[in-house]
Design a protein. Structure first.
Length: 232
């Protein structure tokens, strides 16, 4: 497994995301480094898979890219608009209703509230639950609200953390079609254990293991490495 200070596979097109010399170190006696000297690009329209066993840092990396978790070193330059990590519920104020959370996001992203509400309501299918505090939502309801907002606001790059399969089969298909068919030309960064999804949607991959990151232009090769690492 190559280390993160090896040269990454750099995207050939214009860079929508540039990550340079990223370091994330957890506090504590040993100062464990999750990443060091991590550099990579994501081009406009590129679909990057993040592969790794549980606890290797896939979700943390998405939260770093989304500005949720701070870094110790390096820089992250977004030249396209990123979504929040779909699957992370921290973007909502739990004591506020779904309606008030939508109103807040309308102000943040400078969108007309009525139009945004109509789009979210149609997609998320939460109905009267939008008037309830989000802290009373199930994880599936929160995911529906997050999906609805991300679809209504529109982003150049969607960051996805194991949340494409939301709700029943019909709604999961609806989410998949809206993201990967309706917005297939956008960029995606996807952390997932679903290799079928990775094969269908991703154009390159990164395998994360023990603080090391290896980038692959061949997604099937990355899946083989990841499958080998998961073997008991």
């Amino acid at each position: 497994m190559a280390t993160t200070n090896a040269s990454p596979q750099v995207a050939t097109g214009p860079s929508g995301l540039e990550v340079r010399d990223l370091a994330k170190i957890f506090p504590g006696a040993h100062g464990k480094a999750l990443f060091r000297n991590l550099s990579f690009d994501v081009a406009f329209g590129e679909h990057l898979a993040l592969l790794g066993r549980n606890g290797q840092g896939k979700s943390t990396l998405l939260k770093i890219l989304g500005g949720i978790v701070p870094i110790e070193e390096g820089r992250i330059n977004w030249n396209m608009s990123p979504s929040w990590p779909l699957g992370f519920g921290g973007g909502f104020q739990g004591s506020l209703s779904g309606l008030d959370n939508i109103r807040f996001h309308a102000r943040i992203y400078d969108k007309p509230f009525d139009a945004l509400l109509a789009q979210v309501d149609e997609f998320a299918e939460l109905g009267a639950a939008l008037r309830q505090p989000v802290k009373h939502y199930s994880s599936g309801m929160r995911a529906r609200l997050a999906f609805g907002l991300s679809i209504a606001i529109e982003f150049d790059c969607y960051m996805i953390d194991e949340v494409v399969a939301v709700g029943d089969a019909r709604f999961s298909t609806k989410c998949h079609d809206e993201l990967f068919v309706g917005r297939g030309e956008r960029s995606f960064i996807i952390a997932s254990h679903d290799m079928s999804l990775i094969r269908q949607t991703c154009t390159k991959a990164a395998v994360i293991e023990g603080g090391n990151v290896k980038f692959f232009d061949d997604v099937e090769h990355a899946i083989e490495i990841y499958s080998w690492l998961r073997t008991p």
